[in-house]
Every structure is written in C-alpha cells, then in structure tokens.
Design a binder for this molecule. Structure first.
Ligand code: NDP
Ligand code: 7N6
Length: 308
C-alpha cells in the first residue's frame, strides 16, 4: 500500500467535528482532506469514517472510527483486498466511567432524585431502597477494552467482579472468568450484569428471556455493547414483570430510541443516547490510531486493529 491521501469522510461528524481530526493529522506526510458522502476514492486513499459508505471499496484502507464494525460487510473488504481497521483500545476510560456512573446512580438513587428535582419535589426513597456498591457482585460480559475499563472501576468501588469471555482466560481484577456456555451461572448471583461484547452472530440475543429469569430480582442490566446483544422485547417484559430491578442502557435495537418505546417510561431505566464513549478528546484518540497505522504502512509493517 502506498498512501497518498487520508480522506476524512463527513460521517465522522456523528462523533466529532471533522475539522478537529484534520487538524490533528495535519503534520503527516500524506495529504489530509475532508470529503463528503458523494466523494470518489482510488488506490492510494485511506478513508476515516463512522460507518460504511459509497465507494469505500475503491480505496486501499478504511478506518472505522468506532470499535464496533458490525455494520461493515467484512467479507466484501476481504474479497476486494481493502484493509479495514477499527478503533478498539480507546474506550476503556470513557465507558468505564459511564458504567460506574450508572452503577452509582442505581445504588444511591441519583436518577430518582434528579427526576424529583425536575418536578420541584423534596422526596426520599423508601428506607429499603438505597444500597452501597461495596461488596455487590458485577458480572462483566466481554472482557476486552470496554470490559476491562468497567472491571477497573468496579474494583475501585470495592465490588466483587466476575466476568465472561470467549476464551475463559483470566483477567486482572476478575475473580472468576466464565466461558459463554456458562453465562447463566455467571450472572445468576450478580447485582449488576454489564454487556461489553461486539455484536456478532454469537452475541445477538445473548441475554434474553431465560437469562432475565436467571438474574436476581434486584439485579440491573447495563448495556454499553450494541442494542441487539440483549433481546429488547424480553428486557421490556422483564422490567414490566419486575424480574429485574432496572437497566442502564447506552445502546438500543433502534437508534434513536423510537418515541413510542416503553423504555422511556421506566423510572428504573437510565437511558443515554449512545454517548457512553463520548469525550472531547475522541478525535485525538482516533488521530493516534490513524497516525500509528499510516506510519506502519510506510514501514511496510502489519497494521494495528486490522479487521481484514
Ligand atoms: P474487544 O475486542 O476489546 O473485546 C471484546 C470482548 O468480547 C472480548 O473479551 C471477547 O472475548 C468478548 N466476546 C466476544 N464474543 C463473546 C461471546 N460470545 N460471549 C462472551 N464474550 C464475548 O472490544 P471492545 O471492548 O473494544 O468493544 C466491544 C464492543 O463494544 C464493540 O464491538 C462495540 O460494539 C461496543 N462499543 C460500544 C461503545 C459505546 O459507545 N457504547 C463504545 C465502544 C465499543 P475474548 O477476550 O475471549 O476474545
Ligand atoms: C462513539 C460511538 C463504538 O463502537 O459505538 C461506539 O466504538 C462508538 C463514536
């Protein structure tokens, strides 16, 4: 690959102003240009984009500015011989802090008090409701960048941490690591179940009716992975039937969350609009990944975060 241009596709605006990424990469040897949705690409081009776009298979390299590349047709890239890279590795702190915030809100009732404040009400949760995170168990499903970011914060809060990953290999700060075939055992005793896997054929609907039945009635689901990793209909039923206590949701089956979704209505649902990884430094982190790979390409080395 002989890079002559890095094209910053306008889709990156879903995450940050394209001008900031262009500025962060302006010292590279190759030209850096902002391009619109109808741009054409050629060999020598790299494209930085939020998701798939027209003409991308004419470029040499496409960098997805997200960790999740589930919207890309990976085999088409493989067949076309176009390099596809993703942005795993940069979201541990942001997502870890977002999840810590959700856990603290549920334990201490912060979301309920903000709702009351909006109504101008001085009100207290019943005595039995507030609890502390200390010594409560969290099961983190998916122990990569996101999962480990959650694990570190959960340990800092004095929680008891177990987890699930494909390999079952140990992870620092995780007392017991389960394989996916033992998911129900892993979640059964947990006060919190946090989903942090990619969306794949194996993880679609990973948590459904039987998993909600297996969870404790005072347990909370946290989903920062992708909406379809939890079966949304089953989740709504579990919340309605008090099979679980609540949910912290950054991702949904349909985004934006449709107006008519019952998920808007539950007091014990904290819903954020897929912003769990947002930070005003996001463009910097992406620039770091692109820069590293541009340098690797020029040295003829294997690229970082290569999907295909
Ligand atoms: P990583 O590749 O670093 O980690 C993925 C983890 O998921 C690994 O531990 C992997 O297991 C595990 N895993 C994969 N399949 C299964 C399965 N069937 N059952 C249990 N565990 C499984 O990815 P990231 O942590 O960077 O990102 C994960 C996903 O989170 C992304 O693909 C994206 O969809 C989503 N995401 C959402 C964000 C948001 O804004 N809400 C921000 C960033 C990412 P093993 O370690 O054994 O391979
Ligand atoms: C913020 C979203 C991912 O997969 O969806 C997230 O990385 C990122 C750009």
């Amino acid at each position: 690959m002989n890079l002559s241009r890095i094209a910053i596709h306008e889709s990156v605006e879903k995450a940050f102003p394209a001008s900031l990424l262009a500025e962060s990469l302006s010292d590279l040897d190759v030209s850096v240009e902002r391009v619109e949705n109808d741009a054409e690409f050629d060999s020598g081009d790299a494209v930085a984009a939020f998701g798939p776009g027209t003409g991308f298979l004419d470029a040499d390299w496409v960098h997805c500015i997200r960790a999740g590349y589930d919207e890309f047709d990976v085999s088409a890239y493989e067949e076309a011989g176009v390099a596809l890279t993703n942005s795993t590795g940069i979201h541990g702190t942001t997502i870890g802090e977002t999840v810590a915030g959700m856990l603290l809100a549920f334990a201490r009732g912060l979301h309920v008090y903000r709702d009351a404040q909006n109504r101008g009400e001085w009100t207290r949760l019943p005595y039995e409701r507030p609890f502390t995170l200390e010594d409560e168990r969290i099961c983190v499903v998916g122990l990569g960048t996101l999962g480990q970011g959650i694990v570190e914060r959960a340990n800092g809060l004095g929680m008891n941490v177990v987890g699930v990953r494909r390999s079952g290999d140990p992870v620092d700060g995780v007392e017991e690591v389960y394989t996916p075939d033992r998911l129900v055992d892993a979640i059964a005793d947990a006060r919190f179940v946090a989903l942090a896997t990619p969306l794949t054929e194996e993880t679609e609907g990973l948590v459904g009716t039987s998993e909600f039945e297996a969870m404790r009635e005072d347990a909370y689901l946290v989903n920062v992975a992708r909406g379809p990793v939890a079966d949304e209909e089953a989740l709504i039923a579990a919340l309605r039937d008090d099979e679980i206590a609540g949910a912290g949701l950054d991702v949904f089956a349909d985004e934006p969350l449709p107006e008519e979704s019952p998920l808007w209505e539950f007091e014990q649902v904290v819903a954020t609009p897929h912003v769990g990884a947002m930070t005003n430094e996001y463009h910097h982190d992406i620039a770091g990944l692109i820069r590293e790979n541009a340098e690797r390409v020029s040295r003829n080395e294997e690229m970082l975060n290569r999907v295909v």
